[in-house]
Design a protein around this ligand. Structure first.
Ligand SMILES: Cc1ncc(COP(=O)(O)O)c(C=O)c1O
Length: 372
């Protein structure tokens, strides 16, 4: 048996710091993983429960109601300029078993890999969610970290964008998205925009979808937006994601995913439909994270860390201008567990990522400990 060679799972290396942080007399404040702690919206949970009697196979494509709800939500929630739902056919929407699954398998599903000694290039941001690299490796393609201002390498067949970014909270504005789309199209590469934090901008901040017509000027050819309900609707436990955009690409993905059994359970499809029809809980979620950002950011700064970017999404990207593991250890000694920036690429070697995904009580505890 020859399993694909993959990196060690990064969080395993945090065991030592986690043990130290757990030893704090008032308990650990774990800000190392972006896993939601707030409740599932009641109406969403009820939709799941109401669909418990689902003996038959669900549709890989998702119910028509789910696909329509996805297009409508995109228009309502992200249509600050021209609507990204403009001209988008509900047929060009596909549910995924959370978005990590799609991120890990998209290069494979697109048929990318290596032929005759040439490997297709999968490009992704210099500081990035680790699964883009894993996806390239699973497919046998060539992973390539590309800075926002660097050109795409020759041979690029897939480009991952991620705005707002994990881990930095940095945004790509419409002009930056447009430039990358044009560059990718010139190379014949697919653009996959991982937009799982799109609905969670900080106050006064505007996020832009790659499907916004200001970005692509009327044609979604070669463009995919990858969405997740994990953070926006506290549904990480349900595994609920979506991919939408170019109808030809979505049809191709559907075809492979049908054969491969990559299907979202029917009760989860119903829960997703309910979540996508309601914006109230999304506004509440945004307000919760804004409140936590307002407490934690100044507390980190007062403790001598510099917070960079972090204008949107769920993370504070901070540095004490020292190797990231030293910062991790110093914070662990105060009972606060954060992720070392090196998890996201070599450029993160002197940063830490501090997640806002803890209860208000735990965030307040972290702020108190930072002031001690
Ligand atoms: C940038 C990014 N993409 C994708 C995911 C995967 O999310 P999920 O699989 O829960 O939809 C995450 C999770 O943290 C993420 O940060």
């Amino acid at each position: 048996m020859r399993f694909p060679a993959l990196p060690d799972f990064p969080w395993d290396s945090l065991a030592g710091a986690a043990a130290v942080a757990r030893g704090h007399p008032d308990g650990v404040v774990d800000l190392s993983v972006g896993t939601p702690v707030d409740p599932v919206p009641t109406a969403v949970g009820e939709a799941l429960r109401a669909a418990w009697d689902s003996p038959g196979y669900p549709q890989t494509w998702g119910t028509p109601a789910l696909r329509e709800a996805a297009v409508e939500a995109l228009g309502r929630r992200h249509g600050a300029g021209r609507s990204p739902a403009e001209g988008l056919d509900p047929d060009a929407v596909l549910p995924t078993v959370g978005s990590k699954e799609l991120v890990a398998w998209l290069p494979t599903l697109l048929g990318l890999g290596g032929r005759d000694g040439n490997r297709d290039v999968v490009a992704f941001p210099e500081l990035a969610y680790p699964t883009y690299e894993v996806g390239a490796q699973l497919a046998g393609a060539q992973p390539a970290r590309v800075g926002d201002d660097e050109p795409l390498p020759a041979g690029t067949r897939l480009v991952w964008l991620n705005s707002p970014s994990n881990p930095t909270g940095r945004l790509l504005d419409a002009a930056a998205l447009t430039a990358r789309v044009a560059e990718a199209r010139a190379l014949g590469a697919v653009v996959a925009a991982d937009e799982c934090y799109l609905a969670l901008p900080g106050p006064g901040v505007r996020t832009t979808s790659v499907l916004d017509p200001v970005v692509h000027d009327g044609s979604v050819e070669g463009l995919l937006a990858v969405h997740s309900l994990s953070k926006t609707s506290n549904l990480a436990g349900y595994r609920a994601g979506l991919v939408l955009g170019d109808p030809m690409l979505v049809a191709g993905l559907l075809q492979v995913r049908k054969h491969a059994g990559m299907i979202v359970p029917r009760p989860v499809q119903e829960a997703m439909t309910a979540a996508l029809r309601d914006d109230t809980h999304v506004a509440e979620t945004r307000a919760r994270y804004d409140g936590r950002r307002r407490v934690l950011r100044p507390a980190l700064e007062a403790a001598g860390l510099r917070v960079e970017h972090s204008e949107a999404g769920l993370y504070l990207w901070a540095t004490a201008d020292e190797p990231c593991r030293a910062t991790v250890d110093r914070l662990a000694a105060r009972g606060i567990l954060v992720a070392p920036g090196e998890f996201y690429g070599p450029a993160g070697g002197s940063h830490v990522r501090v997640a806002l995904t803890a209860s208000d009580e735990r965030i307040a505890a972290a702020a108190r400990r930072l002031a001690e």
